[in-house]
Design a protein around this ligand. Structure first.
Ligand code: NAD
Length: 491
């Protein structure tokens, strides 16, 4: 079978790549497509094109309203092509088609939201304390943006960067992950079709150590928007020591889900399943630590076990499938290692912990629940990015809170209770960028998203995101016709 071939999109053109690598279908383990491996020279061409487009030509002179219309058109194209993009994302990452279809259709709303905002981000008039001066503040695009995304939900994680960046008038070089880049490279065709001027949006893929490093340290880059793991984030910060680019980081998590005995347990069970087994647990907000109040612990674990064991694992392209493979074999090796270490240190395996039968070739792993013997087990501490839930009991609200905050991460959290006061108290005190009460894994373009601690720096989504892609320019105008007085005194 001939392999599909993808190209980088630089300066408005899809060029033949100088080097390529194979992309693997995680459901079979077989190479199915060739991807362009962007070189440092490709990165330079893309950044230079973005810089030219920022400084001169149609993008530089476009009104905010016109930019907004382009973004809305892009959102419409994403929705119209959602099924095709979803099929590609599922093929290249193993994420189930049920979710990729729904998520990509929703990605269109992110572009529409920021398209609508483009001409509503206003500057200011300052009632200055000097009678002969007028001062205005202009929000200006911060510059060329280097956007770097991981392999999971690449279209979604790109939209929260491209949307506000382009609305603000920036130009972008977006680096897709080397794992599962197909949907983003196909999305480049929609950027082209929408009519963005050459150089305004450049999309390429390649590896982190050369292409990613060059992009995030490039002297013409003023802004880095990164999503990925904490150790790569440290590399990114080192890279930006060279260009001093303003940087936001969306990183991983070890998010707690706290279930009180007074909660609607049937609903909470579904939310816990959504938190850890949806997307095969490969989600930054995975609710990977279940904290459950002791009186309902046995009943709750029993219900969870039954649900986990009934999950339909298999071909991610089948709309009936509920859990697909992990995205890479490396990812499965890491999960197997941490699960083995945790069991050796006293964790009790409730269910899972194996490769499912009959699915050899693909990188499958069963939904796994471990009752943790102590909060320091590796499965409680490490971000696994897989379908592994660690369970710890608690006896009081104070203990629940202490356990919830016992992590260097702080991305998301869930609280299940029928007591309104308790819900508010927990929401106030949990150290996490998102607190979901009696729900889990809900997102919207209207709502800011980001982490505390090792989960990151900055927020994406919501009104303020556009501000993060601008910098203010203060314009002073002297209105007096008199000569400037004493030049040796600051005015
Ligand atoms: P990763 O950190 O390995 O890679 C992310 C991106 O960084 C890739 O495009 C990679 O090529 C690039 N990269 C690697 N080294 C680089 C370097 N030295 N310089 C520049 N770029 C470099 O992450 P991953 O394994 O692909 O994804 C999983 C991680 O992403 C998890 O930790 C997960 O929690 C996190 N994540 C966070 C969010 C969020 O919004 N907070 C969302 C999704 C995933």
């Amino acid at each position: 079978m001939t392999k599909a071939a993808f190209k980088n999109y630089i300066d408005g053109r899809f060029g033949e790549p100088a080097a390529t690598f194979d992309s693997v279908d995680p459901s079979t383990g077989a190479a199915w497509a060739t991807m362009p491996a962007a070189t440092e020279a490709d990165v330079d061409r893309a950044v230079e094109a973005a810089h030219r487009s920022l400084r001169s030509g149609p993008w530089a002179s476009m009104t905010a309203t016109a930019r907004g219309k382009l973004l809305v058109r892009l959102g419409d194209l994403v929705v119209a092509n959602a099924d095709r993009l979803a099929e590609l994302e599922t093929r290249d990452t193993g994420k189930i088609i049920r979710e990729t279809r729904a998520q990509i259709a929703y990605v269109g709303d992110y572009y529409r939201y920021y398209g609508g905002l483009a001409d509503k981000h206003e500057g200011a008039y300052v009632p200055i304390d000097k009678v002969d001066m007028e001062v205005t503040i202009r929000p200006e695009p911060i510059g060329v943006v280097a956007a770097v995304v991981p392999w999971n939900s690449q279209l979604f994680l790109s939209a929260v960067k491209l949307g506000p960046a382009l609305a603000a008038g920036c130009t972008v070089v977006l680096k897709a992950s080397e794992d599962g880049p197909a949907p983003l490279l196909a999305f480049a065709e929609l950027v082209h079709e929408a009519g963005f001027p050459a150089g305004a949006v450049n999309i390429l893929t390649g590896f982190g150590h050369d292409c990613g490093r060059r992009l995030t340290s490039h002297p013409l880059v003023s802004r880095v928007a990164f999503t990925g793991g904490p150790s790569t984030a440290r590399e990114i910060v080192r890279n930006t020591a060279e260009n001093l680019a303003y940087t936001t980081l969306e990183l991983g998590g070890k998010s707690p889900v706290v279930v009180f005995a007074d909660a609607d347990l049937d609903s909470a069970v579904n939310a816990v399943v959504a938190g850890i087994f949806a997307a095969t647990g490969q989600s930054c907000v995975a609710g990977s630590r279940l904290l459950v109040e002791r009186p309902v612990k046995e009943e709750f674990i029993g219900q969870l076990k039954r649900k986990a064991e009934s999950i339909k694992i298999g071909d991610p392209q089948d709309p009936a499938t509920e859990m697909g493979p992990l995205a890479t074999s490396k990812q499965r090796d890491w999960i197997e290692k941490i699960v083995a270490e945790s069991l050796a240190k006293g964790g009790r395996l409730v269910t899972g912990g194996t490769r499912p039968e009959g699915l050899a070739g693909g990188f499958y792993y069963t939904p796994t629940i471990i009752e943790a013997a102590a909060p320091d087990l590796p499965c409680v501490r490490e971000e696994l990015f897989g379908p592994v839930l660690s369970v710890l009991p608690f006896d009081s609200e104070a203990e629940a809170l202490a356990l919830a905050n016992d992590t260097p991460f702080g991305l998301a959290s869930g609280v299940f209770t029928s007591n309104l006061g308790k819900a508010h108290r927990m929401a106030r005190s949990i150290h996490a960028g998102v607190v979901w009460i009696n729900t889990y894994r809900a997102v919207s373009p209207l709502v800011p998203f980001g982490g505390y601690g090792l989960s990151g720096l900055g927020r994406e989504g919501g009104l303020d995101a556009i501000r993060d892609y601008t910098r203010s320019k203060s314009v002073w105008i002297r209105t007096s016709d008199e000569p400037i007085p004493d030049p040796f005194v600051m005015r």
